[in-house]
Design a protein around this ligand. Structure first.
Ligand code: HEM
Length: 144
């Protein structure tokens, strides 16, 4: 059962961090301040779901003892980069949460830049997860 959980949960942080970036861009470019709040709570939900993805990923990984060396290498990278993504997303959320609602435009731009980095790191880490499944059959084939 635990092997089904990771694919079910892992797509939430990807879409939520992209939504946080999109709503922050909309707030800044369209001068619509309410979207800053939308972005903040998307990022909060992204933080919770990355933690859930780390836990479910950890539950899926011990089932994969006999991996091809290349798949093992990608899994190691996947774990490293998803850890970096989780740390970044959580830190940016904590930083933004601590800011007063009426913050400066410079802070807003810095937040947008950091969100962009979060998106890049998450996309790269998730791409490695996709490679595990779609190129190496991890979690799909009986004997990957
Ligand atoms: C932010 C955290 C994480 C994200 C966003 C993430 C994302 C993904 C994605 C998108 C896939 C492809 C799923 C599919 O399309 O079926 C995947 C697969 C996989 N990930 Fe992760 N992952 C995360 C953390 C982890 C961690 C910490 C581990 C191991 C300790 C892990 C182990 C795996 C494994 C073994 C697979 C292939 C089999 C399966 O889907 O269960 N992941 N991951």
């Amino acid at each position: 059962m635990s092997e089904y959980l990771h694919p079910m949960v892992a797509h939430f942080p990807i879409v939520l961090v992209l939504a946080a970036f999109a709503s922050e861009s909309l707030a800044l470019l369209g001068r619509m301040p309410a979207w800053h709040t939308v972005s903040l709570w998307n990022l909060g939900a992204a933080t919770l779901s990355t933690i859930a993805a780390m836990i479910t990923g950890g539950l899926a990984a011990p089932d994969l003892l006999s991996l091809h060396p290349e798949a093992e290498r990608i899994l190691t990278e996947h774990i490293v980069w998803t850890s970096v993504a989780t740390f970044l997303i959580g830190s940016v959320f904590a930083w933004r949460f601590a800011q007063p609602p009426q913050t400066t435009r410079a802070h807003r731009l810095a937040a947008l830049g950091l969100l962009f980095i979060c998106c890049l790191v998450t996309a790269y880490a998730a791409h490695q997860g996709g490679m595990l499944v779609f190129e190496h059959g991890v979690g799909v084939d009986e004997h990957p």
